[in-house]
Ligand binder design. Structure first.
Ligand code: NAI
Length: 465
């Protein structure tokens, strides 16, 4: 920690995850004096036990898959093996490097980083006090970015399983140095599916048990089904519309259509959602309102207390690192008196599985619910030459949803390679409300899989104006 003689700052940030560290960085760059408290490691869940570690694992699975299944591409390997402990070591290296990068960036921005748990202890004359290690820090502005934690189901066997290490959350599963023989995944959302895909690729028997009648939550139903079918071809089993009743030493027990079933499991992943971390922060000492454990904010990330902001998972809205980044910028702009506000309409969501699923904006049902008359183009990625050149068996499907009257893009749903990277272009088209006529003039590099966006635009709007 850089030496400091004052405990007075312009801004206090609680939490060093994507929301907290970016807020501190932006505020520091803008000339504010900033202190950031992090009780664990900089980078938060995203960097240490979420987005980044899971992507390193999934990339290892992709390399392994290429090595084993190169034959259609004219490549044969005799003995491809995956060394899980080497995968984990690489993951740890990647994480260390990026965590160090965050520390360096904060230093460059002049942010004081305090590696301790901090607690809000009061607010006088418009200045909030936060205490850590017996030292009081004061500032007129406070950004709460304390993140979220995995929901732990209160079911028989879960607490014991967590204690014995057989039941895992996102944190522990990313440190497994051996491959589970049989993995039962409770919850077919983002974490569940990414981990199911990874462990199936590296040899586990995998069953996903999901309460709803579909996987992938808010994704387009048709593409979510295509993803499920692709997973099933890879050997993942699904129990949908299933209610878990207990975790036993060698199985997960669930009911489905009134019948009781057991999914065999040497290990169990709990991925049934996350909840905001708000307890123990001292929010009550300054009267910050919470709602079902989260901190509600307005479109400028302001809480009910003047000068106090909340960003990221703690707001319980969009539990995504990229949402936290943007919220951090909006909160800092508001502190600086610059007009800015959150707009979630083009928020991208991505599942980094093989194939990737990515979307931004509305589904057809959501558009209809808003009374929008839609025009939809749905076409296979095979319309993009590069996809055909690179892909033998993986599915690819694009669905673009337009506002018929305004002639703008309002939703884009992609299943296939590079979807995670292509979705940004769709997000831009949605957020800028670019008219179809102008979209058509945009030149896409050829050959790219992203050309599917251009194809879909012309499919939906073949006529010229
Ligand atoms: P999630 O909300 O994505 O999915 C949880 C799933 O569990 C839902 O489908 C829900 O219906 C199901 N479920 C809930 N209770 C259940 C029960 N008792 N039995 C069976 N199924 C049940 O939550 P997840 O996957 O834990 O992820 C947490 C957060 O982390 C999400 O908000 C996600 O956006 C974020 N995240 C984002 C990633 C990305 O952007 N690629 C990667 C990983 C996490």
């Amino acid at each position: 920690m850089p030496e400091t003689t004052t405990t007075n700052f312009d801004l206090i940030v609680l939490g060093g995850g994507p929301g907290g560290y970016l807020a501190a960085e932006r505020a520091g760059q803008a000339g504010l004096s900033v202190v950031l408290f992090e009780k664990n490691k900089l980078g938060g869940v995203c960097l240490n036990e979420g987005c980044i570690p899971s992507k390193t694992l999934l990339h290892s699975a992709k390399v392994f898959d290429h090595a084993r299944n190169g034959k259609p591409y004219g490549v044969t390997t005799n003995d491809a093996k995956l060394d899980q402990s080497a995968v984990i070591k690489r993951k740890d290296r990647v994480v260390r490097r990026l965590v160090a990068g965050v520390g360096q960036t904060l230093k460059t921005a002049g942010v004081t980083v305090v590696n301790a748990a901090a607690r809000i202890t009061g607010r006088h004359n418009g200045r909030v006090t936060v205490t850590a290690d017996g030292i009081a820090y004061q500032a007129p502005n406070l950004i709460i970015a304390t993140g979220s934690e995995a929901v732990r189901l209160p079911l028989p066997g879960v607490a014991e399983g967590l204690a014995s290490g057989r039941v895992l959350t996102n944190r522990e599963i990313l440190d497994l140095s051996t491959i589970p023989e049989r993995l039962a995944v409770i919850g077919g959302g983002v974490i569940g599916l990414e981990m199911a895909a990874y462990f199936r690729s590296v040899g586990s028997e995998v069953t996903v048990i999901e309460m709803l009648d579909h996987i992938a939550g808010a994704a387009d139903p048709e593409l979510a089904l295509a993803l499920k079918q692709s997973f099933e071809r890879d050997g993942i089993r699904f129990a949908l519309g299933a209610r878990v009743t207990a975790v036993e030493p060698d199985a997960v027990v669930y009911t489905q259509d009134g019948e009781t079933h057991r999914a065999p499991a040497t290990h169990v992943l709990l991925s049934v959602g996350r909840r905001a971390v708000t307890s123990g922060l001292g929010l009550e000492t300054i009267g910050v309102a919470t709602e079902r454990g989260r901190i509600p904010v307005d479109d400028r990330c302001r809480t009910n207390v003047a000068g106090v902001y909340a960003v990221g998972d703690v707001t319980g809205e969009w539990m995504l690192a990229h949402a936290a980044y943007r919220e951090a910028e909006v909160a800092v702009a508001t502190i600086l008196g610059r007009p800015d506000r959150m707009d979630y309409d083009a928020m991208p969501s991505v599942l980094y599985t093989q194939p990737e699923l990515a979307w931004a904006g509305l589904t057809e049902n959501e558009a209809r619910a808003r009374g929008i008359t839609t025009r939809t183009a749905s076409l296979p990625f095979a319309y993009a030459g590069r996809f055909v050149a690179e892909t033998e068996r993986s599915p690819g499907q694009a669905k673009l949803i337009f506002d018929e009257r305004r002639r703008t893009l309002i939703g884009c749903h992609l299943l296939g390679s590079y979807a995670s990277e292509i979705i940004i272009s769709a997000g831009l088209l949605i957020s800028t409300g670019l008219p179809v006529e102008q979209m058509k003039r945009q030149i896409f590099p050829h050959p790219t899989v992203a050309e599917i966006i251009r194809e879909a635009i012309w499919h939906a709007w073949p006529e010229s104006r």
